[in-house]
Design a protein. Structure first.
Length: 353
């Protein structure tokens, strides 16, 4: 069975339920069409995103084909696979067909894409350099992608005018999926330690707002003041870098504080040799301390990989090659012949009869 003309993405800002400063323009739509039609057998279709309680196995629906632009919308056709009717999750095929016929507004498609991180980093750089708070708030990134993995059937997608999920309607069955979607939106590439710290900070604020007893506040954020350097710093260098305290007062200029945070995180990323991580930390609202901890962990992991790498083996014929190069003009044999002869002279190879 085929569902024709499903809306995959629409032009305009993301829905009010999504706080990211992103928008969809004509080039974004064209990229979706190009990546979608580039899939040899069609783009994978799944029933909801894989999440922390479901790895995606058993959610396969079929393939999206015939991506095209229809006004301000990208549309495609869903070819439902035979396996979708006997999925471990039930008869997903007929469920989606019935929903499309009886209540097409009840669901939509969310594209599983990979962002063009370099393009996003350039936007974030322009954004945090904007001194006018209102202008900065109004700035939007026209989304650019480096790839596209799937088109997933979800409750309410981010870029087709109905919101990412209906978070105002509490349903514990959807809680893992909703939580996973939010984490993926802001922490998809973040190290585990950084995610734990951000979530822990949120829980502290949430519990405090309920009036629960809270532990003593943690010290103010600290950040290294060293200038960016190459090559990448080791974990020990990031840990031992001179630090300054950043104290915030109720009357502090929030715009200036945000610019300071971004500049300090940028300096840390440059010092660690991973400037591409800057947009990740800024978009995720990392504190300077959280970014520093994440970069320290990343540098430690890189160091361990380097230490495990095999040592390059020396060239056993390096000496003979040097001799040949030094006397090239007076030697009448080839380099290979010279090396063979010298190895025999040194007893390394037997004399050939």
């Amino acid at each position: 069975m085929i569902i024709y003309g499903a809306a995959m993405m629409q032009a305009g800002d993301l829905n009010p339920g999504d706080a990211r400063p992103y928008t969809v323009d004509a080039e974004t739509l064209q990229q979706v069409v190009s990546f979608g039609n580039a899939a040899r057998h069609g783009l994978k279709a799944r029933f909801t995103h894989p999440n922390m309680s479901n790895d995606g196995m058993g959610s396969y629906l079929g393939r999206w084909t015939n991506f095209r632009i229809d006004g301000d919308t990208v549309r495609a056709d869903l070819h439902i696979a035979d396996a979708a009717y006997t999925s471990p999750q039930g008869d997903l095929g007929n469920y989606v067909l019935d929903l499309a016929e009886q209540d097409p507004e009840a669901f939509g498609v969310s594209m599983a894409t990979r962002f063009d991180e370099q393009n996003l980093a350039q936007f974030e750089d322009l954004r945090f350099r904007e001194s006018d708070a209102e202008k900065r708030k109004a700035m939007r990134w026209p989304m650019r992608f480096s790839g596209m993995k799937a088109g997933d059937i979800v409750d309410s997608p981010a870029a087709t005018r109905t919101g990412l999920f209906s978070l105002s309607e509490v349903d514990l069955r959807n809680l893992p999926l909703q939580a996973t979607t939010l984490l993926d939106a802001y922490f998809s590439d973040a190290p585990a330690a950084a995610i734990r710290e951000r979530i822990s900070g949120f829980l502290d604020r949430y519990l405090a707002s309920r009036g629960d007893d809270m532990p003593e506040p943690t010290p103010a954020d600290t950040v290294t003041t060293e200038t960016p350097a190459a090559p990448a710093a080791h974990a020990a260098e990031l840990s031992a870098a001179p630090a300054i305290s950043v104290e915030h007062t109720p009357t502090e200029d929030l715009a200036a504080a945000e610019r300071t945070r971004c500049l300090q995180i940028q300096a840390l990323c440059n010092l660690a040799g991973v400037p591409d991580k800057f947009s990740l930390f800024v978009n995720g609202n990392f504190s300077v301390e959280a970014a520093q901890a994440a970069l320290r962990d990343l540098s430690a992991q890189r160091g361990s990989v380097i230490q495990r790498a095999a040592e390059p083996q020396p060239d056993p014929n390096a000496k003979y090659k040097a001799e040949f190069a030094a006397h090239r003009n007076s030697i009448t044999v080839t380099e290979e012949q010279w090396i063979r002869s010298r190895r025999i002279d040194d007893g390394l190879d037997p004399l050939q009869k």
